[in-house]
Design a protein around this ligand. Structure first.
Ligand SMILES: [Zn+2]
Length: 91
């Protein structure tokens, strides 16, 4: 699933706290997240996506009859919260 979207992120730097918009590809995976950088203060941050994942069952008609497929998509809030990057995120 590749989902290209314009997302708004709230800067995790308390001294900044601004909201910025980025166009990013949302990719589903074990631990979906976006690595972002605030254009105002330059602080790198991580926006977790797992909590915004939404699964829905879609029924599609195939050759052998009806088939149920689980479709995953992200239902994001207007502004995504972010958190500081940790050593773990750097890998
Ligand atoms: Zn900032």
């Amino acid at each position: 699933m590749i989902d290209r979207r314009r997302v708004k992120i709230k800067c995790c730097n308390k001294a900044c706290g601004r909201t910025y918009a980025l166009t990013r590809v949302l990719e589903d995976g074990e631990n979906p997240r976006l690595l972002v950088e605030c254009p105002y203060c330059g602080v790198e941050a991580v926006a977790e996506l797992a909590q915004w994942r939404s699964e829905s069952v879609v029924v599609s008609k195939g050759i052998e009859g009806e088939e149920q497929v689980v479709a995953t998509s992200f239902v994001l809030p207007d502004v995504l919260p972010s958190r500081p990057v940790t050593d773990e995120d750097q890998g």
